[in-house]
Design a protein around this ligand. Structure first.
Ligand SMILES: C[S@@+](CC[C@H](N)C(=O)[O-])C[C@H]1O[C@@H](n2cnc3c(N)ncnc32)[C@H](O)[C@@H]1O
Length: 264
């Protein structure tokens, strides 16, 4: 199976290439999702050995993952590498971390960070999360931070994550999901998609796709309502604000902690 980039992939890739070139953090133009905004506990941030954290995430999948020394970890949409750096410290020299991202500028930034931190147990591979460049049944834990909502084919992502996990393996994800439908005008906007809003699906549909891929013990827990992400994404849309209600978007969108397992 090979994934060809869709127009959504192209828009998302250009958006994040631009973000990292400008070193702007988060999904939108502001710094709403910086780790300093309490995404991560201070003891985890302290493991970075002085490397400046660059986050485009919406949660802390590392704490959710409860990583152990020696494990093999895969990060879907690893961005500038932050969660991979945390994971590399947690799994230690006997473990291994693989970050996959489709944006070359992100891969480059992540590799240079790993080099500065002298991390020898982490590697970054350019590729699509719908077609993972990873061998089947080789990964103990998959983490991901604010990425699956960006995929135009989430069922493919869950099928691929299931394939590469070892039996008994865990999926630990921070992502944006919705409770109820987004207004059509927002769903149709590619810039709101790149901003982590338009591609978000209802939690029940997210669960159904994970179940269809074979995952069990699925849990989706709301963490916070991410008003800034919503405002940033809507701010980038060139739409007449009278064509949709911002309140309807606020009501629907939230950041969640998501866990699921490949049965043993
Ligand atoms: C919101 S950023 C999150 C980055 C990182 N996880 C973090 O927390 O900082 C989304 C990242 O996912 C990558 N991405 C989005 N869709 C992807 C896809 N279908 N395949 C591979 N990477 C993707 C983008 O290139 C970008 O680096």
């Amino acid at each position: 199976m090979t994934q060809s980039p869709t127009p959504i992939h192209d828009v998302v890739r250009e958006h994040y290439a631009e973000r990292i070139k400008n070193s702007a953090s988060c999904c939108g133009p502001s710094d709403c999702c910086t780790p300093e905004n309490n995404l991560y506990p201070t003891d985890l941030l302290a493991t970075l050995d002085g490397e400046a954290p660059v986050s485009y995430g919406c949660g802390d999948p590392i704490t959710l993952a409860s990583l152990e020394p020696g494990q093999t970890v895969l990060d879907l949409g690893s961005g500038a590498g932050l969660d991979c750096f945390f994971a590399a410290k947690k799994v230690g020299e006997s473990g291994k971390v693989i970050g996959v991202d489709m944006t070359p500028e992100m891969i480059e930034r992540a590799r240079s960070g790993a080099k500065r931190m002298n991390l020898t147990n982490v590697e970054f591979r350019q590729g699509f999360i719908e077609d993972l460049p990873v061998e089947s049944g080789t990964v103990d834990v998959i983490v991901s931070n604010c990425v699956i909502n960006l995929s135009p084919d989430k069922s493919k992502v869950f099928n691929e994550t299931f394939r590469v996990l070892k039996p008994g393996g865990k999926l630990a994800v921070s992502d944006i999901v919705t409770d109820g439908e987004l207004p059509d005008e927002v769903k149709k906007s590619l810039s709101a998609w790149a901003g982590c809003v338009a591609g978000a699906v209802e939690a029940k549909d997210y669960t159904a796709m994970m179940e269809a891929a074979g995952f069990t013990d699925i849990s989706i827990k709301p963490v916070f309502f991410d008003k800034q992400t919503v405002d940033d994404a809507l701010g980038e849309m060139e739409l007449d604000t009278s064509s949709y209600s911002k309140e309807d978007v606020y009501k629907a969108v939230y950041s969640a902690k998501i866990t699921a397992y490949r049965p043993a």
